[in-house]
Design a protein around this ligand. Structure first.
Ligand SMILES: CC(=O)N[C@H]1[C@@H](OP(=O)(O)OP(=O)(O)OC[C@H]2O[C@@H](n3ccc(=O)[nH]c3=O)[C@H](O)[C@@H]2O)O[C@H](CO)[C@@H](O)[C@@H]1O[C@H](C)C(=O)N[C@@H](C)C(=O)N[C@H](CCC(=O)O)C(=O)O
Ligand SMILES: Nc1ncnc2c1ncn2[C@@H]1O[C@H](COP(=O)(O)OP(=O)(O)OP(=O)(O)O)[C@@H](O)[C@H]1O
Ligand SMILES: N[C@H](CCC[C@H](N)C(=O)O)C(=O)O
Ligand SMILES: [Mg+2]
Length: 487
């Protein structure tokens, strides 16, 4: 594609250098630049992409997009006021505006995004559609999966994935949209057809100034819902009516809103019944009522099902199809995932890493636990430090036996993270910095009918210490601990 054609998608820019070169790739990382690539300079949190212009040119960059003028010999330079937004527009244009040809559902909120996208994947698969999913665990395009390092990838990777989806004849794509992504413009210009809001509670206050700032970032998904040029598709926002942020999000939505809630909203639940095998309820919707029965447990799972149902209804899926997907679902890897090694007590691995999710999961397990409820829990390094005492308090309040340990300390000292969690506590608890040892000790203490929750890492298969990722899987460690206990 020619540079001039590519930059025509930008609203304002100044181009230096007359030559109209051919662009064969787009990247924001000098380490990935190859001959013919357009290198876009991003001012990041750690470094400034403008520092790598000469390196990019040495590696064959055909043109540069930057936020400031710099003297370049033969390479054309395009100067814009915001390279993050420009990158999103250029990426969309380079990959032929792939989201306009897909049904795209974006899911945002503090907790439940991965779960709702997985439920939607199951619903649309049940509806015989070809699907794509982008989120925390992986990117999936039809049957092919790709590793990811962010819940919401950067704009270039996103548009590349969506382009691949159109090539693979994917009908519907579901993606998690993090507040970081919204704030950084990673999803800017994507043609969302449905935007879903799950809930808002404390997280990421290391990044966002306060909860209002966090909510403002989330609201961008709803205010930008109408931004893409009108291609005749009917768009909807699907919003949790029970959440305190609902009114603000409803007001910011550029499109009609479908609300959901336990007892209120366009889509809600009647007569919720819980049993050892799961949950059932009557789902009331604008399209009529349907009986839902699923092996998922906990009130939060009802919310996730209502959210997914709302988005599916907005795309015209029938109620029977939705109910049959819920009946089939086996849940999401690392979310209330049972570990079974023939033991007489329960072990559950879950991704709760916020105060609200931990409280939800502990309360849910308490409701089905006939013995003692035990928990292994830590807090991540380089993440919202306010979560640490709050999560520790919740563990102490809802569990009978608490093991505080490490969860991805990253560059922080694991002991100081644990101090943040435990300094203010007065009750009895165990503090075992080594996560493997903490799991082993917790497993050893379990008796018949107890439940052990190993929280925080869910599907993760590593522990990040000092910038290094070491193999670590809570599910495998728990299983090994049960087996070793028998020897
Ligand atoms: C704080 C944050 O959000 N950082 C994100 C940001 O990176 P950054 O600003 O630090 O980038 P940087 O390292 O300063 O580099 C700036 C620019 O220079 C370029 N560069 C850099 C070095 C070099 O040699 N050459 C070069 O060209 C880089 O490619 C980049 O374009 O932009 C990158 C590309 O989009 C992201 O991968 C990165 O996510 C980091 C890894 C991260 O940990 N992010 C977390 C906080 C995050 O985004 N989390 C949310 C989910 C949270 C949740 O819902 O729970 C997510 O969506 O994953
Ligand atoms: N609707 C919900 N409300 C509160 N907690 C929930 C809800 N759904 C799931 N959880 C809890 O939150 C954890 C994470 O769920 P999930 O992975 O679906 O959320 P997420 O929003 O994708 O998280 P992340 O921000 O890390 O991507 C689950 O393991 C469970 O403990
Ligand atoms: N997407 C979340 C994941 C947290 C998972 C937890 N295991 C941790 O490392 O803190 C984050 O980056 O905040
Ligand atoms: Mg997720």
């Amino acid at each position: 594609m020619k540079l001039n054609e590519l930059i025509a998608c930008l609203s304002f820019y100044r181009k230096y250098g007359e030559n109209d070169v051919t662009i064969t790739g787009v990247t924001m990382d000098s380490r990935e630049v190859g001959p013919g690539d357009l290198f876009i300079c991003i001012r990041g949190f750690k470094t400034d992409g403008h520092q790598y212009i000469s390196k990019a040119i040495e590696q064959g960059a055909a043109a540069i997009v930057a936020m400031e003028y710099t003297e370049l010999e033969d390479t054309p330079l395009v100067v814009v006021s915001d390279t993050k937004r420009a990158m999103a527009q250029i990426a969309s244009c380079f990959y032929s505006d792939p989201t306009s040809g897909l049904d795209l559902i974006g899911v945002t909120g503090t907790n439940g995004k991965t779960t709702v996208t997985y439920l939607l994947d199951e619903i649309f698969t049940e509806d015989r559609k070809s699907t794509g999913v982008i989120g925390t665990i992986q990117t999936k395009i039809s049957e092919q999966t790709y590793d990811v390092s962010n819940t919401t990838p950067d704009a270039v990777s996103l548009n590349r994935f969506f382009h691949k989806m159109t090539e693979e004849d994917v009908d519907v794509a579901m993606m998690e949209v993090s507040s970081h992504a919204l704030d950084q413009g990673r999803v800017y210009g994507l043609d969302f057809d449905v935007a879903v809001f799950t809930n808002l509670s404390q997280d990421h206050l290391d990044y966002h100034k306060d909860m209002d700032d966090y909510l403002r970032a989330k609201s961008l998904l709803f205010s930008q819902l109408g931004n893409h040029y009108d291609n005749g598709k009917k768009k909807f926002a699907v919003i949790n009516r029970d959440d305190a942020a609902a009114d603000i999000l409803i007001k910011s939505s550029a499109q009609p809103v479908l609300t959901y809630g336990l007892e209120q909203g366009d889509i809600h639940a009647l007569d919720i019944r819980t049993s050892e095998t799961g949950i059932s309820f009557t789902m009331v919707t604008p399209a009529g009522n349907v009986e839902v029965s699923s092996s998922l447990i906990g009130t939060f799972s009802v919310y996730n099902m209502l959210a997914a149902a709302g988005a599916a209804i907005a795309r015209g899926v029938g109620l029977e199809t939705i109910a049959s997907a819920f009946a089939r679902t086996k849940g999401v890897p690392g979310r209330l995932e049972p570990v079974s090694a023939g033991q007489s007590y329960g072990i559950v691995v879950d991704y709760a890493h916020t105060p609200d999710s931990l409280e939800n999961v502990l309360k849910t397990l308490k409701g089905v636990c006939e013995g003692d409820l035990r928990v292994v829990i830590g807090c991540g390094g380089e993440r919202d430090t306010g979560k640490r005492p709050a999560m520790a308090d919740i563990a102490m309040t809802f569990a009978d036996d608490v093991y505080f340990t490490s969860d991805n300390p990253r560059s922080e000292d694991p002991e100081s993270i644990l101090n943040d969690m435990t300094d203010h506590l007065s009750g009895e608890y165990r503090r075992i910095t080594d996560r493997k040892e903490a799991i082993r000790r917790a497993v050893t203490s379990c008796r018949s009918k107890d439940i052990l929750l190993i929280a925080g890492k869910g599907h993760e298969t590593y522990q990040e210490i000092n910038g290094e990722k070491i193999d670590f899987d809570d599910r495998k460690i728990a299983e090994q601990s049960v087996k070793q206990g028998r020897m």
